[in-house]
Design a protein around this ligand. Sequence first.
Ligand code: FPP
Length: 239
Amino acid sequence: MLPRHVAIIMDGNGRWAEGRGTDRTLGHTQGAEAVRQVVRHARKRGLEVLTLFAFSSLNWGRPTDEVAALMHLLEEFLVEEEQELIDNDIRLVAIGERAFLPRSVRDLLTRVEQRTAHCAGMRLVLAVSYDGRRDMVEAIRRLTDMARRGELLPADVHEPLLLEHLSTGDLPDVDLLIRTSGEKRLSGFLPIEACYAELVFVDTLWPDFQTTDLDEAMLEYARRERRFGLTGAQVCVPA
Ligand code: FPP
């Protein structure tokens, strides 16, 4: 079965570059190329949502020139891919702490979000300056604001309501989460949304990630039995 929502932690750009004796930013440039291929392929395969971890809240602590290079790549991607997204019916959505981003990136994100708002073929979610715990705090803040205005009672707080108020509130849960580069951590990526996701860790460094690697991860997903707390017999559909 095809996953509805695939999320990817694109790790290993720095090591890819360092392994070639070049600057880390070249790894990010190659990584952006891999992003373009994977987005196209995900659309071709019929995914509903593809969420990419493009920049974490903790990445602000990296050297200034690396942060600047990543912001520049993001801008370049948005400018160059806008028409491609429209032509392929892909809607772009950004999640994360937008206020922290340079004005130029914020404006571009808003522009591409608006211009692709009508696209219904696939949702491409870019997590930029994102951290799952912070997103959770924001959701709780929204709910406490509602409570303060008298619009919400403690008894009204239930799981779907909290999920709705996350930045991913209108997206299906993550089915498959892939992390490249051999690291086996979630690093604050979609902690609630991916809590029932199948995890696939691959050794490939992100700039080397190919469309065939995405297919392979989706095959691995299809081979897994998703039981959601039930027994194997319960979820086994009779032929
Ligand atoms: C992790 O590799 C990757 C990032 C921090 C940034 C991801 C960015 C891109 C793939 C390119 C720009 C994005 C878009 C959407 C155009 P790392 O630098 O932590 O690698 P390392 O662990 O080997 O050092």
